[in-house]
Design a protein around this ligand. Structure first.
Ligand code: CA
Length: 316
């Protein structure tokens, strides 16, 4: 075999065994929220449908799954904002979490009668749906939080179940809010708290909670255009200690919206960029999911994520 033929074969092999970022290119996929269920990663995204510079146009959420972090299978749209009778639309960021074999999808969308964004919760017996409104009303509405005067401070829910089984919900824009969830996962249990500003310096939005060892990590978008910062704590309720940046801004996008999971021995940082070029051109309102590795220092702090166009290697 000629040398060029071997080189071509090697390059084909390399192309097919590595992902690229963006990781999904059939449609635009914003605000990725990954979870691991057994040997599969599911990721929940909002579909950007805007023309270039049109502003956010998002009418449905989508689900994808992968067993190797490289090949992503579409499961279509098992939930739309209008599936909530109280919502007038806008498929903004959400987060799915499993409890006792049920999957709870906390969502952001517009409320029909209470001005502003609201958080809903849908439920399914399967990570791919179909999902149904679990309450018939919003879980959090704009009038329930008043730490800022804006109408979009009740967005970007992130759920977390602590080791004692207690579930918590974090969310926010400009202010980071959190509250206990009842055992049924569809009602708040007690008051809504505000994380003090100095514990989440520069907080813009997109909180995400994960735990490694005995340390709780609260990562979030900071500034605008956004970067990703994080704080750590020894308890889900803080106090949180600001630790600095994990990620610089996402290429060609004002927002970044991270999600963090461990899968088969490695840690991954999901985010979105405006870097899709085919079949369509990306941007701040035409975002696409990207995945890179997340690495920990020996003291539990996080190394900065290196954002790549190559993506991550397939998991065996
Ligand atoms: Ca509010």
């Amino acid at each position: 075999m000629k040398k060029w033929a071997i080189a071509t074969l090697l390059s084909m092999y390399t192309c097919s065994s590595y992902a690229a970022n963006p990781a999904i290119t059939d449609v635009f996929t914003a605000d990725p929220a990954p979870i691991v269920v057994d040997d599969t990663v599911y990721v929940y995204v909002g579909r950007d449908e805007a023309a270039i510079d049109q502003g956010y146009t998002m009418n449905e959420w989508l689900v994808y799954s992968s067993k190797d972090m490289v090949n992503w299978q579409s499961h279509g749209s098992p939930l739309r904002p209008t599936d909530f009778t109280w919502s007038s639309g806008a498929a903004w960021a959400g987060h799915v979490i499993e409890k006792n074999g049920k999957f709870y999808w906390y969502t952001t969308s517009d409320h029909k009668t209470i001005h502003g964004k609201a958080i809903g919760v849908a439920v399914s017996d399967s990570p791919t749906g179909p999902f149904k409104d679990a309450r018939g009303s919003a879980l959090v509405t704009n009038d329930m939080t008043k730490a800022t005067a804006i109408s979009w401070d009740d967005i970007d829910p992130a759920a977390f179940i602590d080791d004692d089984g207690q579930a918590w919900l974090y969310w926010g824009n400009q202010k980071a809010y959190y509250a206990k969830l009842k055992d049924n996962m569809i009602e708040l249990d007690g008051p809504i708290h505000v994380v003090p500003d100095e514990q989440v310096k520069g907080f813009t939005e997109a909180p995400w909670i994960h735990k490694k060892g005995d340390t709780y990590y609260l990562s979030y978008a900071v500034g605008f255009p956004e970067k990703t910062a994080y704080s750590t704590a020894k308890s889900i309720t803080g106090p949180w200690k600001y630790q600095g940046l994990i990620a610089e801004g996402a290429a060609n996008s004002n927002t970044i919206h991270q999600g963090i999971i461990d899968f088969k021995g490695k840690s991954y940082f999901f985010y979105h960029t405006g870097m899709m070029q085919h079949p369509e051109t990306g941007g701040s309102f035409r975002r696409s999911m990207a995945i890179d590795y997340l690495h920990y220092n020996s003291d539990g702090t996080l190394k900065k994520v290196i954002q790549t166009s190559e993506g991550v290697a397939p998991v065996k």
